[in-house]
Write a protein that binds this ligand. Structure first.
Ligand SMILES: Nc1nc2c(ncn2[C@@H]2O[C@H](COP(=O)(O)OP(=O)(O)OP(=O)(O)O)[C@@H](O)[C@H]2O)c(=O)[nH]1
Ligand SMILES: [Mg+2]
Length: 656
């Protein structure tokens, strides 16, 4: 026992002395005043002080930027290390889109205290990531943009944090913005806390004012702070130290999975109790209730972007474990003799479903190499292991799966990831999960905030009215923009973003939040335009397109390979029409060159994955391959295809 204690003390001293220098070096490097060394070292402590904190906020309020600044100032990077901006957004899609998709762990040292940080995504579709992250921590930094104020996802993440009884530190970020309205936003935050039934204790939150870009945190808006020291101090002072007994029964809960080419699957979790030692015989408490014995051969702790191999990890810390292949999120690692698994993780139910099916189009298999139903099934099963907020069900048809997730973006990100891996897949129109509760049909409801210039109020109200949105609040900040709040069935949100952006010439901002279940509201209006459908296979010609472009908006340019039943444009009228886009110009004596005609072609609309998904109707698919995004009718053969407008007529006649 004594030997072990000495070992720990020794390590602590090493960590503490180096980390104090690190922080000051980091602060100095960022042209800030070096800090004094007057900190007393508490070498008598058994374990190193630790704080575990998650950063939560609405999308784009600056979480990842703040983590960047914290890492830099903690001196975690080498002197000459080149570090990308928003370094925690490490996967390709995150970097391309500038958003965080997956929660990620990092750790830094502030004057001898290890601060484990979880950076979380702010977009509501990734709310499941936040729920898991909260399991790992003892407190949160609630970031709020000093100009935008609290938005739906601020409410969601704060609600989850308060429910988990995690003390918050409020950080008003982007105080440098010209339109910052810091005092008013702080009032709005208090209102939000009260609205969420925060307790007295929870209301007594500390407030910091930050510019995450320059890495400065103020305790009072006008004080002379020049670095993030006030933030680090507040974290150490106000986030409770982790509880647990290092000598107690081992309890670890896996809340995240990672993968490394060298190490295979890596399970990340918090040690709630006991000490995990390398080589230890432990039990994995499966979600099924089984206890599976295993030996832990490789453990790591976090340090900046690195992971340090460790001999043991004591309760309170966050550990990464390699070599346990079939471990899953939510499962516990515990003692074999005296098992005490952690309570299972429960997270909100997903509400949006989409059919994924193998690509059956005539051009299938040309661009991707993973195209069979088997490939698709395996890939979706793999996704389930890391993505706890989706479900996969077998759909009625063969070769089709029903994916249930949190939102269009979440599913679009999955599809985008799959196409980059070489998959071909077709997806159907997203549909909202409707369920029956005590004999009543209920559907999910959403709290929607639309922020737009005053001049567009009318059109926004009209669009939302047609989707059964109910205006609950309208605030005019006097800046020329208004903020309107609606309650609206989640179904009404499908394709809404695209339409409102068109309605408001790209100026509207939309934020939504799942807000419970409501009685099924009946049919909603769907797309009011028809499709221009290719009536034969071939290659598009400029001549044909030029003749057809009056009909609506085209999605393809000249020289594109098409097939019968492929959608090549949007009709400006309600009905679908079949058109020949491959027609060649007849040779005549007239001197009109094809080049002239090509010049007069209106540029076609380029569909992105998300706009394609928003566009399609019930009888259509988006065909996704590594190189192309095509739209098609479910039934390709024109003669066998049901006509959408005929069905609409029929149903209208029936009710008349
Ligand atoms: N002016 C200003 N801009 C900031 C500040 N902090 C962050 N930003 C900018 O805000 C944008 C979003 O920052 P991120 O750090 O990606 O925000 P996030 O909260 O991590 O976003 P998600 O993870 O996608 O929810 C970036 O363009 C940042 O440069 C700040 O203090 N002032
Ligand atoms: Mg982020």
């Amino acid at each position: 026992m004594h030997k072990r204690r000495d070992k720990i003390l020794m390590r602590l001293l090493l960590v503490q002395s180096s980390s104090i220098k690190d922080f000051d070096r980091g602060a100095a490097k960022s042209h800030l005043q070096p800090l004094s060394f007057a900190e007393e070292r508490n070498a008598a402590r058994m374990t190193q002080p630790i704080r575990n904190v998650a950063i939560i906020a609405h999308v784009d309020h600056g979480k990842t930027t703040l983590v960047d600044a914290m890492l830099r100032q903690s001196g975690i990077f080498r002197e000459n290390q080149v570090v990308a901006e928003r370094v925690m957004d490490s996967n390709d899609l995150e970097r391309e889109r500038g958003i965080t998709i997956l929660s990620k762990n990092t750790a830094l040292f502030y004057r001898g205290t290890k601060i484990n940080i979880v950076d979380t995504p702010g977009h509501s579709d990734f709310g499941g990531e936040v729920e898991r992250a909260l399991r790992m921590v003892d407190g949160v930094l609630l970031l709020v943009d000093a100009s935008e104020g609290p938005l739906p996802q601020t409410r969601y993440v704060l609600q989850k944090a308060l429910q988990a009884k995690l003390p918050p530190i409020v950080v008003l970020n982007k105080i440098d913005r010209a339109d910052a309205r810091t005092a008013a936003v702080l009032d709005e935050i208090y209102d939000l806390f009260i609205d969420l039934d925060a307790t007295e204790d929870q209301l007594d939150f500390p407030v910091l004012y930050t510019n995450a870009r320059t890495g400065v945190a103020h305790r009072a808006l006008t004080d002379a702070a020049t670095n993030l020291q006030p933030l680090f101090e507040t974290i150490v002072a106000r986030i409770p130290a982790p509880s647990g007994d290092a000598a107690g029964v081992l309890q670890i809960q896996v809340t995240n999975l990672d993968y490394s080419d060298f190490l295979g699957r890596i399970a990340i979790g918090r040690v709630f109790n006991g000490t995990l030692q390398r080589g230890a015989q432990v039990g994995i408490a499966k979600l099924s209730g089984q206890l599976v014995p295993t030996v832990i051969t490789k453990l790591f702790t976090f340090r900046g972007l690195e992971r340090d191999e460790a001999e043991e990890v004591i309760c309170g810390d966050v550990v990464a474990i390699a070599g346990v292949e079939d471990i899953q999120i939510g499962e516990s690692i515990t003692s074999l003799e005296d098992p005490a698994p952690c309570a299972p993780l429960t997270i909100d139910e997903p509400t949006l479903a989409m059919i994924f099916t193998v690509n059956t189009s005539p051009l299938a298999g040309r661009e991707g190499n993973l195209v069979t139903s088997r490939d698709l099934r395996d890939r979706l099963q793999k996704e389930l292991l890391t993505n706890v907020s989706i479900r996969v069900e077998d759909a009625d048809a063969t070769d089709a799966f029903r994916l249930v997730g949190r939102g269009e973006l979440q599913l679009a990100i999955l599809i985008e990831t799959m196409r980059r891996e070489g998959y071909e897949v077709m997806v159907g129109k997203p549909e909202i999960v409707v369920r029956t509760e005590q004999g009543r049909r209920v559907e999910p409801l959403e709290l929607l905030v639309v922020d737009c210039p005053e001049s567009f109020i009318g059109i926004v109200m009209e669009t939302l009215g047609s989707r059964r949105g109910e205006l609950t609040k309208m605030v005019n900040h006097g800046s020329g923009r208004v903020r309107m709040e609606f309650r609206i069935p989640s179904r009404g949100l499908i394709g809404l973003r695209g339409q409102l952006l068109t309605d408001t010439r790209g100026t509207a901002l939309l934020h939504s939040l799942f807000d419970g279940w409501t009685d099924y509201a009946g049919e909603l209006a769907s797309r009011t335009t028809g499709a221009l459908v290719a009536d034969r296979a071939g290659e598009t010609t400029a001549f044909a397109l030029w003749n057809l472009q009056e009909r609506g908006e085209l999605f393809v340019g000249p020289g594109t390979e098409v097939y019968e039943g492929m959608i090549v444009g949007e009709n400006s009228r309600e009905a679908d029409i079949d058109i020949n886009v491959t027609k060649e110009k007849k040779q005549t004596n007239m001197r009109a060159s094809t080049a002239d005609e090509a010049i007069r072609l209106v540029p076609h609309r380029v569909l992105t994955l998300e706009t394609a998904i928003e566009f399609i109707a019930d009888d259509e698919y988006v065909e996704v391959t590594p190189k192309s995004i095509r739209l098609r009718k479910k039934v390709l053969d024109a003669k066998r295809r049901p006509r959408r407008w005929q069905q609409i007529r029929a149903s209208a006649d029936a009710t008349a």
